[in-house]
Design a protein around this ligand. Structure first.
Ligand code: ZN
Length: 208
């Protein structure tokens, strides 16, 4: 690509770019250690430290979506098969299909994540329960990140990050699982929405 375009190329994972964009001039601007999460058709994670992506020696730093769901309960094991070859990855629970699968199991009906969020806000008790379970799984998953990395901010992106009900009391909820009497980590929606990934790719040219 570099030869064809006649200029240098820098490549980075989309979640790393997302974290970078939000850490430099987004929802976590000015924070030193930022964990970025993409909750969408898949679940990605990326870490930015002092305005740079943390890549890792195997280039998998931040790929938390393919860890197992923490503090799994009866009924959550072994979990759904994941495309990565394992079962019960965080991604299988927190992606859009994961939320839809929970609703299907409880109601026998297929709804999208967006429809479930709307239902939860408009009196669908099953949708409300599904969102409550989803939020608890998200809190458990993020608590494991806090225990390992203790980021100064966690930024959520992707389609499911638009579900406003997720943010109510989420920090306190994560704190109940984290190894601490309580945490005050801001957990916030992305400032730049779907544009954050490409913005972060552009930011790969800064601060190096
Ligand atoms: Zn997986």
């Amino acid at each position: 690509m570099s030869e064809k375009l006649g200029r240098p190329i820098r490549l980075e994972n989309d979640a790393n770019c997302f974290a970078l964009s939000e850490a430099i001039d987004g929802a976590a601007a000015g924070k030193g250690i930022v964990f970025g999460v993409i909750l969408g058709t898949g679940v990605g994670g990326g870490v930015a430290v002092d305005g740079r992506p943390l890549v890792g020696c195997n280039r998998v730093a931040g790929e938390w979506g393919h860890n197992p769901l923490p503090w799994s309960r009866d009924g959550e094991r072994p979990g759904a098969p994941c495309y990565c070859g394992k079962d019960g990855c965080i991604e299988t629970f927190l992606c859009g299909d994961g939320l839809g699968r929970e609703y299907l199991a409880r109601s026998g009906r297929h709804l999208t994540a967006e429809e479930i969020a709307l239902g939860a806000a408009t009196g669908d008790a099953c949708a409300h329960d599904c969102l409550t379970v989803y939020k608890d799984r998200l809190a458990r998953s993020l608590a494991a990140v806090v225990n390992l990395l203790d980021p100064e901010a966690i930024v959520l992106g992707g389609g499911l990050s638009n579900i406003s009900q997720l943010y109510d009391g989420l920090t306190e909820h994560v704190g109940r699982y984290a190894f601490s009497d309580g945490i005050d980590t801001p957990i916030v929606p992305a400032a730049h929405g779907d544009s954050s990934g490409v913005r972060g790719a552009a930011w790969l040219w800064a601060n190096r």
